[in-house]
Design a protein. Structure first.
Length: 91
């Protein structure tokens, strides 16, 4: 859960900073693989593994998917004018 959350947070902060989504995602994919490989080969008392890398990638995928879904939803509401502002006419 930590790997998923950290990589989701990296993706969201990158998108908030207006990094282009495609390079951001590819960069995070590369970082996920590299960090797991380094943990496996360096004598730092950590182990790298495929399950951790998969959790990293799922975190990125979930964050980016949710980001674009929310943007599309907000955009369609603005275009259609369906934002409920309440009844201001008193009817």
């Amino acid at each position: 859960m930590i790997h998923f959350s950290l990589f989701a947070l990296l993706a969201v902060t990158g998108l908030l900073a207006r990094f282009p989504p495609r390079p951001l995602v590819f960069g995070l994919i590369g970082w996920a693989g590299l960090s797991e490989w380094l943990q496996a080969v360096l004598p730092i008392g950590r182990t790298g593994g495929v399950p951790d890398a998969v959790a990293d990638l799922l975190g990125v995928a979930a964050a980016v998917t949710l980001w674009f879904w929310v943007r599309r939803l907000r955009s369609s509401r603005r275009r259609s004018g369906s934002v409920d502002r309440g009844n201001v006419s008193g009817e």
